[in-house]
Write a protein that binds this ligand. Structure first.
Ligand code: T5A
Length: 208
């Protein structure tokens, strides 16, 4: 059985990851590719409980290191129970956020050590890395405005603009360092144009 491909969607708050996840899933299915759609933090019953813990605004103040370890704890569970079995079966996995989010939010936003994140990445993932990452990038005010329309803010969305500026900068730095894997999509365009750009990337990727 040929191993599936691992695709992740990344970006700041409200840039359109969830909206475009469905678009990419439909594109892959139209090309007869079996796809498993999932998200982080989350993707298994236990990892979804961890998601609730880290996004909940009512919880006790969460230490930054606790937050980092919870992200990787959820990821370890997700990889073992969902991502690896799906890839091994030949399914493609389409994941709403993965470890680039940890570099961006805990590394960039919270200013935690990148070397520590890299160490945990190695411990939890071994050689597993996304084959393709679509980074939806938009000015912070646009994403926040879209996220606001959707309802009450979670624990991350309640952060300050300076936090999101560091998140965005870290994402863009990683995209500049890994241009073969991370494709930047201008997400401040009308949805139809965002999806045209995504389609171009997907055409090239599925042709390989
Ligand atoms: N996190 C996660 C970490 O800190 N570390 C980690 O390691 C990981 C994995 C998860 C939170 O956890 C943090 C980061 C996050 O803060 P989440 O739900 O994955 O939360 O992330 P959010 O960014 O909060 O997800 P959202 O659902 O808010 O945003 P999306 O999915 O990017 O946006 P979406 O698709 O819901 O769109 C928002 C609105 O905009 C509209 C949509 O219709 C929708 O109404 N829209 C557009 N409008 C106009 N033009 C376009 N081009 C549009 N595209 C979408």
């Amino acid at each position: 059985m040929k191993r599936g491909k691992f695709i992740t969607l990344e970006g700041g708050e409200g840039v359109g990851k969830t909206t475009n996840l469905t678009f990419i899933k439909d594109y892959l299915q139209q090309h007869a590719i079996a796809v498993t759609v999932t998200r982080e933090p989350g993707g298994t019953a236990l990892a979804e409980k961890i998601r609730q813990l880290v996004l909940d605004t009512d919880s006790e103040s969460i230490a930054e290191t606790t937050e980092l370890l919870l992200m990787f704890a959820a990821r370890a569970q997700h990889i073992q129970h969902v991502i690896e079995p799906a890839l091994a079966q030949g399914n493609w996995v389409l994941c709403d956020r993965f470890t680039d989010a940890t570099y961006a939010y805990q590394g960039g936003g919270r200013k935690l050590s990148i070397a520590t994140i890299a160490l945990l990445e190695q411990l939890v993932q071994g050689d597993l890395r996304p084959d393709l990452t679509l980074l939806l990038d938009a000015p912070i005010d646009i994403g926040m405005e879209r996220a606001q329309k959707r309802g009450a803010f979670d624990r991350f969305e309640a952060e300050k603009i300076s936090f999101f500026t560091r998140v965005r900068d870290m994402y863009l730095t990683r995209a500049a360092e890994q241009p073969a894997r991370i494709k930047v999509i201008q997400a401040n365009q009308p949805l139809v144009d965002v999806q045209k750009d995504i389609m171009e990337v997907m055409k090239q990727f599925t042709a390989c």
